[in-house]
Write a protein that binds this ligand. Structure first.
Ligand code: LLP
Length: 382
């Protein structure tokens, strides 16, 4: 990383490498367009920085939103409303109104009460809302328990046994139009077998629905494809080839059906780094601490999910030593990593935490009245 361009920028900040982002987007388009009817929606919850969104928009992806605020943000960025899917277990009335006013592509509905509210609001507005049902497929994912969502015990979706009943209800309503089914089994999934299990479960459900004479236009398989946090420099682009190929191989489609994907982390994860400055190096009795000016307020993933982001010293080539890298916040969970090797580190060095493009900047908070980190792209810092 050439760091001259970072001179004078207040740390900590996020830095987005647009070459990596564009290569990632090209690969997504190349691999998904091999198959007919595949549509990729970017899950904007991963990163809603307007500069990042603009690049994703240029690549032509659709959008997956989970709040009215996200819908507003992607419309500001110029995404077409008819490429927006809107998920979420607890949509507020104003968010549903916004979706209907803007004629979004589809609501991913998670309960009967929500379906009723969507229908009522659509009646008031004299419009029809497209709906898919999020079905809980009871498929586990090999990932952190905080980010697995497709098990029967999770709060998400409609139980498989209620599926026909709920679809019939939707079909009987005047102002919703039933389109299909939606799934999402979790995030940071690297075992492709988990997605195969989902595809096979969808096949079973589709056979069952066919017997009940229910036809689907849309199958939305959600997102969840993981990235290589351990070796981001060696693997900057996730394995989209195998990912789309496995759906093509295992998911049995009927004539005219479209398959929708909601990828977040895999799109933006590897293009972003959190850049932070070393405030102090403290030698304790048994440990050496690198105390940086970024905290868990800037990147919460290590504290919340035990995540490990690769950490590198951008300004030192001194022999490696072992350190704990910690932030300035008065919480014992404000630790980025423990017992890691870094080139010999001193006050003033610049440190990068890699693979921080997804769920980094967007999850930052103002706890301790800290200033929110700014996100810059390589296009603007030349
Ligand atoms: N679709 C739905 C319905 C979702 O709930 C999610 C993520 C996605 C798509 C996108 O998933 P992805 O492709 O990014 O895995 N903050 C956590 C991740 C939470 C994911 C929540 N849902 C983290 O930092 O690991």
């Amino acid at each position: 990383m050439n760091i001259d361009k970072f001179k004078g920028i207040r740390t900590p900040f996020y830095y987005y490498d647009t070459d990596i982002l564009r290569q990632t987007l090209n690969t997504i388009n190349e691999e998904s367009q091999k198959y007919q009817g595949y549509h990729v929606h970017y899950a904007v919850k991963a990163n809603a920085n307007i500069k990042v969104l603009n690049i994703i928009k240029e690549a032509g992806l659709g959008i997956d939103c989970v709040s009215g605020g996200e819908i507003e943000q992607v419309l500001r960025a110029g995404f077409p409303a008819d490429k927006i899917v809107f998920a979420g277990v607890g949509k507020s009335d104003w968010e549903i109104e916004l979706g209907i006013d803007k004629d979004i592509f589809c609501f991913n509905v998670e309960s009967i009460p929500e379906l009723e509210v969507i229908n009522e609001i659509a009646i008031q507005k004299g419009k029809t809302a497209n709906v898919c049902f999020r079905i809980n497929p009871n498929v586990g994912a090999h990932t952190h328990s905080n980010i697995t969502t497709g098990l029967a015990e999770n709060k998400f979706g409609i139980a498989m046994e209620d599926m026909e009943k709920v679809i019939r209800l939707a079909q009987s309503m005047s102002n919703v139009c039933f389109k299909g089914i939606h799934f999402h089994i979790g995030s940071q999934i690297l075992e492709m077998d988990d997605f195969i299990a989902l595809a096979e479960r969808i096949n079973e459900l589709q056979d069952r629905l066919e017997k009940a004479n229910i036809k689907l236009e849309i199958i939305n398989v959600g997102g969840g494809l993981g990235i290589d946090y351990a070796n981001p420099q060696a693997n900057p682009i996730p394995n989209f080839k195998d990912y789309f190929a496995l759906y093509n191989k295992h998911l049995k489609l009927r004539e005219g059906q479209t398959v929708h994907f909601e990828l977040g982390r895999a799109v933006v994860g590897q293009c972003g780094s959190l850049i932070t400055k070393v405030n102090y190096v403290k030698k304790g009795a048994v440990k050496q601490f690198v105390i940086v000016d970024a905290g868990m307020t800037d990147l919460i993933r290590p504290a919340l999910y035990d995540a490990h982001h690769k950490i590198v010293n951008l300004t030192s080539d001194a022999p490696e030593e072992t350190y704990d890298v910690v932030g300035p916040i008065c919480e014992s969970s404000d630790v980025f990593d423990k017992d890691i090797k870094l080139n010999g580190t001193k006050r003033g060095d610049l440190i990068a935490m890699l693979s921080a493009g997804a769920y980094g900047e967007i999850m930052a908070s103002g706890y301790n009245c800290r200033v929110l980190p700014v996100g810059y792209t390589s296009d603007e810092l030349k």
